[in-house]
Design a binder for this molecule. Structure first.
Ligand SMILES: Cc1cc2nc3c(=O)[nH]c(=O)nc-3n(C[C@H](O)[C@H](O)[C@H](O)COP(=O)(O)O)c2cc1C
Length: 271
């Protein structure tokens, strides 16, 4: 599965069919977390694979989320914050949370690639989970992942939020891109101006001919095939200009289209 497909098809699923995941596959997914970035290369994450039905049911109670007990395998992710906090003090605690997210995302995407479904469970009573799995008190429980195969219908999904609502340039809140591939705004404006001037020259060149044809209605020397081709060409240029959002291309070719289609209509009418 390619990365885009895994990212776009990942979603929270809380209903699992009766097929039990192979624990070796789950361990392969956990292995993917080892490649996540970690502050100062201190790997803080721990993964507990839970197979035992009774324990899974107790975890469901600890989270007050009954769907967990339908999973045949549950993975509980913990953070051992000691080394990171020793190295970075207060920031170390933040780093631990951030790298838990990075590692979990690797793990989850690998689950998707292998055809599993899961749901991130972050709401549970910490002490109850620690008691069930004998987790030392100084270790943080980050999340519980009940894992299985899908029992509900698959659906395609769109991104949750428009890109322009999360993307800023240079400063927080600035949605306008100021640099394009190393060109500054002045340079970009100059290039647009150049495009507009060249478009005007090209378009203006056919104005005298159009005026002459309107006046004389003489079209015998004009090639019908050529003006059909030029009309199609101008239309396609407009479509292309709209697709790449280029004002000079759209503007120049719209005027061109009016002019050449005028000539074409005279050619068809007066032969
Ligand atoms: C940090 C975190 C905690 C979450 N905790 C729970 C939870 O306790 N129970 C639950 O059903 N879903 C939980 N979710 C899942 C979200 O509700 C779910 O990701 C969200 O609705 C978006 O759906 P999606 O994962 O299909 O994109 C949690 C997700 C995250 C990231």
């Amino acid at each position: 599965m390619d990365l885009d497909k895994a990212i776009q098809s990942r979603r929270s699923v809380k209903k699992f069919n009766s097929k039990k995941p192979d624990w070796r596959d789950i361990i392969e997914c956990i292995d993917a977390a080892r490649y996540a970035p970690m502050a100062g290369n201190n790997f803080t994450l721990k993964f507990i694979v839970v197979n035992d039905e009774k324990k899974i049911s107790e975890l469901a109670d600890a989270a007050q989320q009954p769907f967990i007990s339908n999973a045949k395998i549950v993975v509980v992710v913990c953070s051992d914050t000691k080394r990171t906090v020793n190295a970075y003090e207060k920031r170390g605690e933040i780093y631990c949370k951030q790298q838990a997210g990075a590692g979990i995302q690797n793990f989850w995407l690998k689950l998707v690639e292998k055809g599993f479904v899961t749901c991130w469970v972050g709401d549970f009573v910490d002490n109850l989970v620690k008691k069930i799995l004998k987790i030392p008190s100084e270790i943080n429980v980050e999340a519980i992942f009940p894992i299985g195969y899908e029992s509900e219908k698959k659906y395609t999904r769109k991104a949750k939020i428009d890109l322009d609502r999360i993307l800023y340039f240079e400063n927080y809140g600035n949605t306008k891109m100021q640099k394009i591939k190393g060109l500054d705004v002045k340079m970009v404006n100059l290039i647009t101006l150049l495009g507009i001037i060249s478009g005007c020259c090209k378009t203006a060149a056919s104005v005298p001919q159009v005026l002459n044809i309107i006046k004389t209605k003489k079209t015998r020397d004009l090639s019908l095939a050529m003006y059909c081709t030029v009309t199609i060409g101008a239309t396609l240029w407009i479509v292309y200009g709209l697709m790449i959002k280029s004002l000079p291309i759209v503007l120049a070719n719209s005027i061109s289209l009016i002019l050449v289609s005028t000539i074409l209509s005279f050619k068809i009418r007066y032969k």
